[in-house]
Design a protein around this ligand. Structure first.
Ligand SMILES: Nc1ncnc2c1ncn2[C@@H]1O[C@H](COP(=O)(O)OP(=O)(O)OP(=O)(O)O)[C@@H](O)[C@H]1O
Ligand SMILES: [Mg+2]
Length: 270
């Protein structure tokens, strides 16, 4: 499961703040950049067994940017995320953090480099209480920040206050999703990855999740958002990429994509 190990002393504890200098400067190519993206994939290929899933993915995730990841079912969105996180090996290509090669690092290492991951299907521990699910992942961010505390997560999701001693398996889908997001926030990440966070939830809960996603973005945390509601994704991101059979078929500013729905509908089948 995710992020269950305590932080190792030493190894990943040398926060490079170089990426912060790039704040607000937008996307830059990694090659030769004095100002590398916070996280970056370069020409990444991934497989499940013999199935070639990612075909040369290159994507920058700069500090402070919200990026939407769109594409029909089975196009490789989750695989891209799982390769970035180190759950799926990159058979070729590189993954960088602050310009340093971290290809095929363990997921725990990627989490410690500042990625809060809300996986498809949530991944809440059923046998732990809400309180335990949240507290187990508490730690300072890479830059020492402790802005996201247990209390702040409960203020963000007041509904969880009434469920603190309930087991993960006694929660509604919406509550599980709140725990999953809350747990990722408690790692004080600099990038939040949300893979289908609103999937299968009631409209009111969906609205609440989007409200929190907007709040997360306002605090300066970068986001990588996968969601079926492409209009919401475009409204909550700076740029968006569309995947087609393991390749990035389109990359553009989200605001521009909102103006050209015909391009999107061909790729998304909407
Ligand atoms: N564990 C696995 N073993 C083998 N093949 C897999 C595995 N997970 C996914 N795949 C295949 O890899 C391809 C990409 O799947 P992936 O889950 O990355 O797509 P996705 O864009 O996230 O789709 P969805 O919108 O349905 O979540 C699909 O063809 C899928 O069937
Ligand atoms: Mg998926």
């Amino acid at each position: 499961m995710l992020e269950t190990k305590p932080p190792l002393s030493g190894s990943a504890a040398s926060p490079s703040l170089a990426a912060r200098e790039g704040e607000g400067t937008g996307t830059r190519p990694l090659s030769g950049a004095s100002n590398p993206a916070m996280f970056s994939l370069q020409e990444v290929h991934s497989f499940y067994g013999d199935s070639h899933i990612l075909h040369g993915i290159s994507l920058d995730l700069p500090q402070g940017q919200a990026v939407g990841l769109l594409g029909r079912n089975g196009m490789g969105k989750t695989t891209l995320i799982r390769t970035l996180m180190g759950y799926v090996p990159a058979r070729s290509g590189r993954v960088f953090a602050d310009g340093r090669d971290v290809t095929n690092s363990a997921p725990e290492h990627m989490a410690r480099l500042g990625i809060g991951y809300v996986p498809e299907g949530r991944g809440v521990f059923p046998n732990l209480s809400v309180r335990e699910n949240l507290l187990m992942s508490a730690r300072a961010g890479l830059d020492g920040s402790r802005g996201w505390t247990y209390e702040r997560v409960l203020e963000t999701f007041p509904r969880l206050k009434e469920r603190l001693s309930n087991g993960g398996d006694q929660l509604s889908g919406g509550e599980q999703q709140m725990v999953s997001i809350g747990r990722a926030l408690m790692t004080n990440p600099r990038l939040m990855i949300l893979d289908e966070a609103t999937e299968g939830l009631a409209p009111l809960v969906v609205a609440e999740i989007w409200r929190v996603i907007a709040q997360i973005r306002e605090t300066g945390i970068s986001t990588l958002i996968v969601d079926r509601d492409y209009k919401k994704v475009l409204a909550h991101t700076d740029k968006a990429v569309v995947m087609e059979k393991g390749r990035l078929a389109l990359q553009a500013e989200s605001a521009d994509l909102q103006q050209q729905p015909e391009n999107l509908s061909a790729l998304l089948g909407v």
